[in-house]
Design a protein around this ligand. Sequence first.
Ligand SMILES: Cc1ncc(COP(=O)(O)O)c(C=O)c1O
Ligand SMILES: Nc1c(O)cccc1C(=O)C[C@H](N)C(=O)O
Length: 406
Amino acid sequence: MARADEADRLDPLKAFRERFALPEGVIYLDGNSLGVLPAGLSAHMKDVVEQQWGERLVRGWNDAGWIDLPARVAGKIARLVGAKKDSVAVGDSTTINVFKVLSAALSLRPDRRVILSDRNNFPTDLYVADGLARLLGQGYELKLATADEMEDAIDENVAAVLLTEVDYRTGRRYDMAAMTKHIHDKGALAIWDLCHSAGAFPVHLDAAGADFAIGCGYKYLNGGPGAPAFLYIAERHVAHVAPALSGWMGHQTPFAFTENYTPADGIARMMVGTPPILSMSSLDRALDAFDGVDMALVREKSQQLCDRFIAEVEQRCPELELATPRDHDQRGSQVSFRHPEGYAVMQALIANGVIGDFRAPDILRFGMTPLYLSHADIVTAAEILERVMRERLWDQEIYRKRAKVT
Ligand SMILES: Cc1ncc(COP(=O)(O)O)c(C=O)c1O
Ligand SMILES: Nc1c(O)cccc1C(=O)C[C@H](N)C(=O)O
């Protein structure tokens, strides 16, 4: 613990912990599923509800700037993902945004019929891709490959490659720039799911040459449960994209209420319906926790926390098998271990104050969020995990009973 304390003393990010309202007695290693509550956010929401909504009522759209809120939030996210402000739109869920960008990508490659994805991708991406292929008919199909097979699987029939940069189970990370280049060399378009990237480390969409991206607001961005998601379209494509979900909020003049649809000039065309102002306000306020944060430092500390956790757990719990790459370049900001009783182990760990999560079939998953985790937290979490394993605290019926949400 002495070395962890010394690392904390020297930690250039330690002051940022105050930007979060963390519950007592819990070490939270699940910011990759649901981010924590930022300090001051409750008061902000009280104001939004009571003053903006309660007092201003419908005038809030203009007086409180609600109508421009999605664009303001997009600007904050754009910085974190290495995009121009006008390349990002905020709204809907990641799932809906997968549909929106994938249909857009296919329309830009009308002569090709294959959507390629990773067979270990988060299921919603695969379900949507498959559903869209079935909806379009005409020979469209979803093909799957493993990460190791991916490069070879891209051929002249592939219109778009839909990849999640960081694997939600193992934390394995694609090299976005290199893979995007390879995809382009084959004439296809690259769509990146940044659910486990945005807010976790620096992302450079423009520099990597990405065509499209999507990501969620409630994990590392701390926007709150079900917070709005975002999408990205490279500047060079925006004007050529005809939105499949041609909603009135993406119209050039929504309040002209015209009979025919004309898309807005820029990225605003990807908006669909009325923005959810309460959750959008929450995300807006949450993003302020990144003000002045050097994401390169976040990455550096994230890797230190991952290394420390791996070393501590491997030494204390030999029965757990590391599922995350050891190489920094090949992983995101999480550490996963396998154990056949992973679900029960995680429930016992949670009952003892360390919150991670479980992903079927056997993954214990721990998210590293450098803005509010200390090196000492990591050692304490490993100590508690050691006790859960050594004393077989997990070996009880109550911990085997699966909850609806894991
Ligand atoms: C990689 C990835 N993509 C998509 C999603 C789904 O997003 P949503 O349920 O918010 O639409 C998640 C998590 O839920 C995810 O981890
Ligand atoms: N979106 C979630 C939900 O509504 C309930 C429970 C978990 C989630 C998640 O975000 C899961 C997450 N995408 C994952 O990586 O497993």
